[in-house]
Design a protein around this ligand. Structure first.
Ligand SMILES: NC(=O)c1ccc[n+]([C@@H]2O[C@H](COP(=O)([O-])OP(=O)(O)OC[C@H]3O[C@@H](n4cnc5c(N)ncnc54)[C@H](OP(=O)(O)O)[C@@H]3O)[C@@H](O)[C@H]2O)c1
Length: 167
């Protein structure tokens, strides 16, 4: 089973704000995020899961939490205490891919298990304190797909989608 990480980040690896939320609104990237995760098993940190409340139709979310009694918003949603347990749960249920949605601490814990990174680089220096791990420290990544999305009326800056696979 493939483990992938999906994230949007500035060139400085900023993915979010300390008080919660993402410092941009880019519908083009949201559409890509919806398309890539549709029908898949996804792994989310408890904070990100609560921020994305109501969003998970047509995906099977596993929520990473240290609270074994955590109550999910739907009985169909699953809970895991470690990334390894989440991977086993998805694999044992026949998943072909587990897509890790973040946030920061979950990306840190999951990146040693990942063979694919699906990264949108937003081409503007938005301020934020929450960062993606410096993935270049973890093995060698090869770009297998690159797509440029130009700023337009709905999207306030250019973006580059990069899909990187482990070499
Ligand atoms: N730009 C992007 O692509 C993107 C993607 C996702 C999130 N974000 C942003 O990132 C921020 C949230 O990130 P975050 O790091 O603060 O929170 P998070 O990773 O979503 O959730 C943190 C929580 O997840 C659980 N957890 C994390 N690591 C764990 C581990 N190794 N084992 C067991 N449980 C673990 C803990 O839950 P318990 O406290 O319940 O134990 C922890 O408090 C927000 O600003 C969000 O908008 C951005």
């Amino acid at each position: 089973m493939l483990v992938s990480l999906i994230a949007a980040m500035t060139p400085d690896l900023v993915i979010g704000k300390e008080d919660g939320g993402i410092p941009w609104n880019l519908p083009r990237d949201k559409q890509h995020f919806r398309d890539y995760t549709a029908g898949k098993w996804v792994l989310s940190g408890r904070t990100t899961y609560e921020e994305m409340s109501g969003w998970f139709q047509d995906r099977v979310p596993i929520i990473l939490t240290r609270n074994p009694r955590y109550e999910t918003e739907s009985p169909a949603h699953r809970v895991a205490g470690t990334v390894s347990d989440a991977i086993s749960l998805a694999k044992n249920n026949g998943a072909e891919e587990l897509v890790v949605l973040g946030g920061s601490s979950v990306f840190e814990a999951a990146i040693p298990h990942a063979r694919r990174l699906v990264i949108t680089v937003v081409n503007k220096d938005y301020p934020g304190e929450v960062r993606f791990p410096d993935y270049r420290e973890f093995y060698q990544w090869k770009t297998v797909h690159r797509e440029f999305w130009q700023q337009d009326e709905e999207n306030e800056c250019d973006m580059t989608l990069k899909i990187l696979d482990l070499e």
